[in-house]
Write a protein that binds this ligand. Structure first.
Ligand SMILES: [Mg+2]
Length: 174
């Protein structure tokens, strides 16, 4: 078993971010992500999801609904031959539930994933569409990939879109 992982942000990476997404029927798989993950799978990367879900603290959906959503997302990716092995999520929002250690850019979710799967951080990556994803990944020594137009100094690689990341994926993976 390889301990090379891609830690993936969820909204904006694995499903289109329509704002507090929790309804399985509203899942849209973004263009390019299947190609990216298929390539990374061939390179023996494994995948887990690291996601802030303050919609729970805000009362927009329940943990149960979130679990159903994650099962559906997992099934959709399985149909494309991609295994999302685990979901680590933060249900908090400081203004409502108080400070926590898990909401990105804090790193507790990532640290849990690292411990559970003995992830080799030097050979692994955090990819997300928010500066918070990059900050959280960097703070534990992961390589970082930002999909977005606003540059973040800590990002090792920045691409405006998932498709542009896919076009260059072999250059940023070692
Ligand atoms: Mg996101």
């Amino acid at each position: 078993m390889t301990n090379r992982f891609f830690l993936l942000d969820r909204d904006g990476i694995l499903n289109e971010d329509i704002g507090y997404t929790f309804e399985p029927e509203k899942i849209i798989i973004p263009e390019g992500i299947i190609d990216i993950l298929t390539y990374l799978k061939q390179k023996r990367f494994r995948f887990v999801v690291i996601t802030n879900q303050s919609g729970i603290a805000r009362g927009y959906f329940t943990q149960h609904q979130l679990h159903i959503f994650h099962t559906c997302l997992q099934d959709l990716y399985k149909k494309h031959g991609i295994l999302l092995e685990d979901f680590f999520y933060c249900p908090h929002l400081p203004e409502i539930t108080g400070e926590c250690l898990c909401r990105k850019p804090k790193s507790l979710l990532i640290e849990k994933a690292i411990a559970r799967y003995r992830i080799d951080t030097k050979q692994s990556y955090m990819a997300g569409d928010s500066p918070r994803d990059v900050q959280a990944g960097k703070s534990v020594g992961l390589n970082t990939i930002l999909i977005g137009s606003k540059p973040v100094p800590q990002a090792d690689y920045t691409y405006p879109t998932l498709t542009s990341f896919y076009e260059d994926v072999e250059n940023c993976i070692f």
